[in-house]
Design a protein around this ligand. Structure first.
Ligand SMILES: [Zn+2]
Length: 277
């Protein structure tokens, strides 16, 4: 158990570093390579497209990073509880959290009591629960969109700069093994191999985030958390799905879709949970 905890702590430190590195690399590739190559400044007819693509990319990036910051800024912890439960050797709870009551958990990584805990996110380094679930879902949506958008521009860049054709659907299956072989034979540059690798990174992150986001929205609509699903517990409330979504996304949810701002009043939830005890 000690080794597994050590691995989780290491992951908690490495994952945010990976996120910031991938964000910086994506930013540099967009403004250093993709935009100047795909939309050269000589052609005035492409000036409008260049501005449009720059605005779309900055909008996606702003929302992804904004919701990332909001997920950390509004943690799901309980301000009133300082209890630190000690797990017995036979404790059936998962290693990263100890179940308390009413959806409250003591997260062993955050070392805090978390309200309506869903899971511990290693990329943000904190727990996802009652207050930051909306920001987390929006973070997943915009990260997925940014990655898939970068994938499209990356494909366009490789086509324009290196004349690689993506007309054949099998190109994506053979691109990485062929590029790796050509790199070791000295036929292609390290930058080209790195760009090909980034296409797979964007595709992977984009699809994983999109799938994870769909699952979280379904859980929210059912009024259930990931922790409850893993423990085989049914939803505590039997509210209709619209009410459950409104609880998390707030009444001004349309504003929340386009800007990383607070759309729901959450300050009374701490008191609500204690009332249920
Ligand atoms: Zn945690």
């Amino acid at each position: 158990m000690f080794t597994r905890m050590l691995k989780l702590r290491l992951l908690n430190a490495v994952a945010p570093a990976y996120f910031f590195t991938a964000t910086a690399v994506t930013f540099i590739l967009h403004f250093g390579f993709f935009i100047p190559t795909i939309f050269p400044s000589q052609g005035t007819s492409l000036e409008g497209s260049k501005v449009l693509h720059t605005v779309i990319f900055l909008f996606l990036m702003f929302n992804a990073l904004g919701n990332y910051i909001m997920t950390i800024k509004y943690p799901a912890e309980s301000a009133n509880e300082t209890v630190i439960p000690v797990c017995s050797p036979h404790c059936s709870d998962k290693v990263d959290a100890h179940y308390l009551l009413n959806g409250r958990h003591f997260c062993k990584l955050c070392k805090k009591v978390i309200l309506k805990r869903d899971h511990h996110c290693f990329f943000t380094g904190n727990c996802i629960g009652n207050k930051n679930m909306r920001y987390f879902i929006m973070f997943c949506i915009y990260t997925s969109c940014t990655c898939l958008y970068s994938l499209v521009l990356g494909v366009a860049f490789l086509t324009v700069e290196y004349s690689i054709s993506f007309e054949n659907p099998l190109t994506f299956l053979t691109l990485l093994p062929f590029s790796t072989g050509y790199f070791f034979m000295g036929t292609i540059s390290g930058l080209q191999l790195f760009l090909v690798l980034m296409l797979y990174v964007w595709l992977g992150i984009g699809l994983v985030c999109a799938g994870f986001c769909c699952q979280q929205v379904l859980l929210v609509a059912r009024g259930q958390t990931w922790c409850q699903m893993q423990r085989g517990q049914l939803a505590e409330n039997r509210n209709p799905w619209r009410a459950n979504l409104k609880d998390v996304f707030g009444t001004r949810w349309i504003l929340g879709l386009i800007l990383p701002v607070q759309t729901v009043e959450t300050c009374s939830e701490d008191a609500d949970v204690h009332k249920q005890d």
